[in-house]
Ligand binder design. Structure first.
Ligand code: CP
Length: 315
């Protein structure tokens, strides 16, 4: 098989996403039915964490075991990565011993360098610039709730014409939403405070056709099919916390913003959430919120992704 990495959302085609969503639905069904499915028996996933995680660690680790494989959990503090071993050397060594690597790190350049020297597929488990596994789960969750095709399958073609409102920081999640919108044909309404805008070059998109910028977050939410946000201070930016709390005060998703969206609009948050900051408790714990499905779906879509990167189109 050709070596294929998943370092940003645009690494796969719309057609490959259609396949992944179908596989994720099948794999999720097997999990719910306690049906054994071990296509990755004897395969090993190395997970490298340079930042904290709950969902990413549990979803990859539980997911890999459920597929019959095993996992090695590494952090900067307990490996030579924390003692300045070059990332290229680490990639050459680790990828001779395992079948798949997932990395959560700081700059996208680090994961790109690792992948360049890896013999096995590398998956982005979050960088400062992108969080593709999260958007994969978010889109799957949206399709589960808001439409399947005539065959009952989640179909990304149904995303065409939909609008996602992004309220908050122009961060890795916002960048990844922009990549997904360009690839899959939906629109993103982006509202960020001044100084925290999305940057088309960093987001790695070709044009500005798939997104529109709004000064007022309420305007961004008007008519949206999905309203979504993230913490005001992403990991790695903690020194800016106090300043951000002041600047982002108006970028809290509240019931008024949800009322401006379509009546059947969903609310998503990649979690962890800070109630009373980027989202009101009434919204995240309210009837339009699908955050728990969204979190669970990380595992199902990543199982489909690992299966695809290691075995190709099976099933
Ligand atoms: N959403 C997400 O990536 O969660 P964790 O930081 O807990 O992995």
């Amino acid at each position: 098989m050709t070596l294929q990495h998943y370092l940003q959302f645009s690494d796969l085609t719309a057609e490959e996403y259609a396949w992944l969503f179908r596989r994720a639905a099948i794999i999720k069904q097997k999990f719910k039915a306690y049906e054994k499915y071990h296509p990755l028996a004897d395969r090993t996933l190395a997970m490298i964490f340079e930042k904290a995680s709950t969902r990413t660690r549990v979803s990859f680790e539980a997911g890999m075991y459920q597929l019959g494989g095993s996992v090695v959990h590494l952090t900067t503090g307990d490996t030579q990565l924390g003692r300045a071993e070059p990332i290229e050397d680490s990639a050459k060594v680790i990828s001779r011993m395992v079948d798949l690597v997932m990395i959560r790190t700081f700059g996208q350049d680090k994961i790109e360098r690792f992948a360049k020297h890896s013999r096995v597929p590398v998956i982005n488990g979050l960088t400062n610039e992108f969080h593709p596994c999260q958007i994969l789960a978010d889109l799957f969750t949206f399709l589960e709730h808001r439409g399947a095709n005539a065959q009952g399958q989640p179909d990304p073609a149904l995303l065409k014409g939909k609008t996602v409102a992004w309220v908050g920081d122009g961060n890795n999640m916002a960048n990844t939403w922009l990549q997904a919108a360009e690839l899959l044909g939906f629109k993103v309404h982006v509202s960020t405070p001044t100084g925290y805008e999305v940057d088309q070059a960093v987001a790695g998109i070709r044009s500005g056709d798939s997104y529109k910028v709004f000064k007022d977050p309420m305007d961004a939410c008007r008519g949206a099919d999905l309203v979504t946000t993230d913490v005001w201070t992403s990991m790695g930016y903690e020194a800016e916390n106090e300043e951000r709390r002041k600047v982002f005060a108006n970028w809290c998703v509240d019931t008024e913003m949800m009322a401006a969206a379509r009546p059947d609009a969903l609310f998503m948050h990649c979690l962890p959430a800070h109630r009373g900051e980027e989202v009101e408790a009434e919204v995240i714990d309210g009837p339009q919120s699908v955050v728990w499905d969204e979190a669970e779906n990380r595992m199902h879509v990543q199982k489909a992704l690992m299966e695809y990167l290691l075995l190709g189109r099976v099933g």
